[in-house]
Design a protein around this ligand. Structure first.
Ligand code: SF4
Length: 972
């Protein structure tokens, strides 16, 4: 058989002809041959397959195929659950061919959802602690009792005007902002995210340029793909993007990957560059300098779309405001960033960087670029990595073009919900401290330090899809805070599985996996907009059979609930009589006085807020809700294109105000003028005028949601808020720059994912655990020889606050002087409760601020309802390195800078695998050192506010809350 791409295409075409001749639908399945294609959607009610367990007998099994959405990473790929019609049990999950983002494909973590559903160690009933917090004694409690207790504590905090004592701390939301609106309905500024240990560095660079905080690269149509990440295996929108990158490669696109480590992605690259960690922005600027110096940038795009007039007005007010004058400056700004300079910073040959620059120069507007966490999350000043990477798009004009990179908001759809509670009237300094006025997200990982130094306390703390003790740096400081009931009154962990933070909770409430809950979501994965629907699969299946299900607990295992119904019920109980103004957001519109149901909630959205869906549903004789329950996804538009170039209709341009740089506003006396930009619209200015567009060459077009309406090459925000030296895209030397290291120090890269795991979310999948369950230290052979280490040897890695003991893996896939260890592994439990397939049992000791963790048992086989657990053959589960990292908050973006300066050496006598030692007093000193790098709003705010009002902020409070108090807070 011809196995070439051409041969495959021929076979696909023949198969399609054959299938379509039979009048059946041909799905372009993963292998693109009919034997592997998908069941036609017309037969999803009764699909027949041979029972694999009965082989060689040919026993038929009948299935109902019910769509839902994977929750094992943020890509939200479509899944199809195969529900056995006889037993009504889920037999397997495959891809949903009706999902426009994932197109029927999944990574290994999608089908492994089945393991999570049947996991013998999962938590099936609400639990309440029976002893001291953290002692490990639990009792089963009824939902009713738990809800009453929690609602009473919340009501007390709200009624007694202590709203800032309520906090909801979320890892991966996996939904459309539902819970954010719950916080808004309670009137509390209580949303806290994980984003500052994840992507806020990457987001900041994009947000400064475009007013939107994420990129949406059109990889499939690119000619050159430039990634600063391991995007093909673990990046943001991994499977949906990976398949499109491979399509582009098959069409001849060049793939360039910057990754210090030889990731799976790097192995697929045409050019792999392994830079010194933190030097990436210097390399981007050398490429930019090449484009500028050789005049291959898109002059017309730069002239029309960059805010160069603002730059000249601020920096060269006495010069003529002409594009030619700007170009003169542009040529000199980056002249120092030669290939040789970039080579000195990165350790990559100047000729290789030059080769990349020449390839980028050939891409024109088909340059797709992407970075997300990676270097932007590793380094002091990492936010300049995404900013300088996007500079290349802004120079080549590859912005919102086929094969270029779009602002994400244009390739994403967020429908209007049934109720939109007003945002809270007050500001919470526990999450948005004044030291970080420009941080794009909550300073979540500093919470233990803020609590301990008396900035506030928490009456009720919810953790959800989040494991702060394990995920954050400085986990022992988290344990210290969570075990102090004066700091945290009540900790409610919403989780389907045991995790290291749940051990320090008061309630553990079991929430459903991806086939056991409702959510909607939409993510930028190509130039189009889609909406996906996650649903409790067995609820949908039983409703297809004519049953009515009123509560998802009726179909989920044990008493596992879903969050939508949980939050609705909890909110109702906070305000049972409606006197606090909360209940009104949870009342049925169809049945006044009764509680809203999930059917009405989603039915309303699908009917009123999703263009085209009611019509598509009607064409099949379905309601919009029934359509989404049947197919799981809907594509709203495709080929959205360059939204910034869309003209503003004349009827919206009556009586407008245009500023000196062409920004067009409605007048102050017309604050209710229509909002013409669909997403990412800038807020009204201080006079209440709403920006409606930007004047370009005599036409008013939508532009970007930045203050200027243009791409902000020059950031007046950074200049005005105390950071004029970073007003332009530039290079900031990292805290792990060679000049910052002692002679015996190396850099530890701790940020990378394993392709088949995602944080603690996928660890309860036996198939995935068997594939990946440990995290050895990557060490270059030169370093191994210097240190006298061989593969498998025990290594002691010393950080600023302690050390951990791990095994070495000697490989040429890492740069000399740099070591790497995946953060995925090292799960632990304190006693019997936990994920026994992947958690070691540990002993935890501490005296004062000194903490020691030692391993008392690794993983071993055990007897359970799943026969596979008695076949577990691995014992190692890696080491929890994050416990040994202090916090490193970037003073601008707020991103935790993950890279560590470490000393690596052979383990000492007595060191054992998995040992961890930390001094939290030292962790506190490091926190204070980084805090001292900030330029607080109190000193640097140009207008007496806490934060630029135009910057994105989850759960944005009212404008009055932005004003700084007259007096410094007494607590400081
Ligand atoms: S884990 Fe895999 S299948 Fe699931 S959403 Fe992410 S990329 Fe898709």
């Amino acid at each position: 058989m011809d196995h070439s791409l051409n041969g495959l295409a021929t076979r696909v075409s023949a198969a399609r002809t054959e299938v379509e001749a039979r009048g059946e639908t041909f799905y372009p399945g993963p292998s693109r041959i009919h034997l592997a294609s998908f069941p036609p959607k017309e037969r999803w009610d009764d699909w027949v397959e041979l029972d694999s367990r009965a082989w060689p007998e040919r026993v038929e099994k009948r299935f109902m195929l019910v769509p839902t959405t994977c929750f094992n990473c943020e890509s939200a790929c479509g899944l199809l659950a195969y529900v056995d019609r006889e037993t009504l049990q889920i037999r397997k999950f495959e891809g949903n061919p009706e999902h426009p983002g994932s197109r029927g494909r999944n990574c290994a973590k999608g089908p492994a959802t089945l393991n999570q559903v049947t996991d013998p160690d999962r938590i099936l009933y609400p639990l309440r602690r029976a002893g001291k917090r953290g002692e490990g004694r639990w009792e089963q409690v009824g939902w009713d009792e738990a809800l009453e207790d929690i609602a009473g504590r919340l009501r007390g905090a709200i009624v007694e005007e202590r709203p800032n004592e309520i906090m909801y701390h979320v890892g991966r939301p996996g939904e459309d902002g539902f819970t954010e609106r719950v916080m808004a309905s309670w009137g509390v500024d209580g949303h806290n995210s994980h984003t500052n240990v994840c992507s806020s560095g990457g987001r900041t660079g994009y947000h400064i340029w475009t007013g939107i905080d994420r990129p949406s690269p059109d990889h499939a149509n690119a000619e050159v793909i430039l990634l600063i990440s391991s995007h093909l295996e673990a990046g943001h929108y991994f499977n949906p993007h990976a398949q499109r990158i491979m399509e582009a490669k098959a069409n001849g696109a060049k793939l360039i990957v910057l990754d210090t480590r030889l990731s799976n992605t790097a192995t697929q690259a045409d050019l792999w560059l392994s830079p010194w960690p933190g030097s990436e922005a210097a390399m981007m600027l050398a490429i930019a300098n090449h484009l500028i110096a050789t005049d291959v940038y898109d002059r017309e795009f730069v002239r029309r779309w960059w805010n160069w007039e603002e730059f000249l007005a601020a920096e060269y007010p006495d010069e003529p405001s002409t594009f030619e004058a700007f170009e003169t400056h542009l040529k000199s700004i980056y002249a120092e960033y030669t290939f040789e300079f970039a080579a000195r910073e990165s350790g990559v040959d100047a000729s290789v960087i030059e080769e990349v620059a020449r390839i980028v120069a050939t891409a024109g507007t088909r340059l797709s670029t992407h970075t997300w966490r990676s270097a932007a999350a590793g380094n002091l000043g990492g936010w300049q990595v995404s900013r300088t990477l996007f500079l290349l798009n802004c120079l080549t004009g590859a912005v919102a073009t086929p094969g270029g990179t779009y602002p994400n908001a244009w390739n994403k759809f967020v429908p209007k919900p049934i109720y939109s509670p007003p945002h809270p009237p007050q500001w919470n300094e526990l999450t948005w401290p004044r030291e970080y006025p420009l941080a794009l997200n909550e300073l979540s990982f500093l919470l233990p330090h803020f609590l301990k130094e008396g900035r506030g306390r928490l009456e009720v703390y919810f953790s959800r899809v989040y494991n702060p003790v394990w995920t954050n740096p400085d986990g022992f400081s988290w344990i210290e805070a969570l075990t102090d009931e004066r700091l945290v009154g009540l900790h409610v962990a919403l989780t389907p599985t045991w995790n290291e933070s749940a051990y320090f909770a008061d309630y553990i409430l079991p929430m459903g996996h991806s086939s056991e809950r409702h959510d909607i979501h939409s993510y930028e994965q190509y130039d189009g907009q889609w909406l996906g629907f996650r649903q409790p699969v067995l609820r949908a299946a039983r409703e297809r059979l004519g049953e009515h299900i009123a509560d998802t607990r009726e179909v989920n295992p044990g008493e596992v609930w879903e969050e939508n119904e949980f939050w609705m019920e909890l909110s109702w109980r906070i305000d049972p009589e409606g006197k606090l103004g909360i209940r009104r957001f949870y009342e049925s519109k169809e049945r006044p006085g009764e509680r809203l149901t999930v059917d009405e909630y989603y039915g309303w959205i699908f009917e009123h807020s999703v263009p085209g869906l009611p019509e598509a549903a009607a064409a099949e004789g379905l309601t919009p809700l029934a359509y989404m329950r049947r197919y799981g996804a809907f594509e709203i538009s495709r080929g959205v294109g360059a939204v910034h170039e869309q003209p503003i209709p004349d009827d919206q341009l009556v009586d407008v105000h245009v500023n000196q740089f062409g920004r067009v506003f409605t007048r102050a006396d017309k604050p209710d003028a229509p909002n013409v930009v669909p997403m990412g619209t800038p807020d009204p200015d201080a006079e209440g005028r709403r920006p409606v567009g930007v004047l370009i060459d005599g036409r008013v077009v939508r532009g970007f949601p930045t203050p200027s309406g243009r791409l902000e090459f020059y950031s007046p925000t950074l200049a005005d808020w105390g950071w004029p030296e970073y007003a332009l895209p530039t290079y900031i030397r990292s805290h792990v720059h060679p000049t910052a290291l002692d002679d015996d120090q190396m850099v530890l890269i701790s940020t990378f994912r394993l392709p088949v795991q995602v944080h603690t979310r996928s660890a309860n999948s036996k198939w995935l655990d068997e594939i990946a369950h440990t995290n050895p230290l990557w060490l270059h052979p030169q370093d191994a020889a210097r240190l006298g280490l061989a593969a498998g040897d025990l290594v002691r890695v010393e950080t600023e606050i302690g050390h951990f003991v791990v095994k070495a893996w000697v490989t040429e896939g890492i740069r000399p002087g740099v070591v790497a260890c995946s953060h995925h592994m090292g799960r632990w439990k304190l006693g019997d409760q936990g994920q026994r397939a992947v958690m070691a049992t540990v002993a935890l000791d501490h005296e004062g601020s000194r903490w020691e963790m030692t391993r008392t048992a690794g993983v071993k086989p055990f007897v359970s309802s799943d026969p596979d657990t008695s076949r577990i053959w691995w014992t190692e589960v890696g080491v929890h390195q994050n416990l040994t990292f202090p916090v490193h908050p970037d003073p601008i973006s707020g991103q935790h800078c993950w890279h560590q300066a470490v000393r690596v050496r052979a383990a000492e006598p007595g060191d054992r695998y998995g040992d961890i030692s930390v001094d939290t007093a030292r962790a506190d000193e490091v926190y204070r050192t980084w805090l001292a790098l900030t330029r607080p709003a109190g000193t640097h705010s140009p207008d007496g506010t806490r934060r630029p009002y135009w910057l994105m902020r989850p759960l944005k409070p009212g404008r009055d809350a932005y004003r700084l108090p007259e007096e410094p807070a007494a607590a400081r």
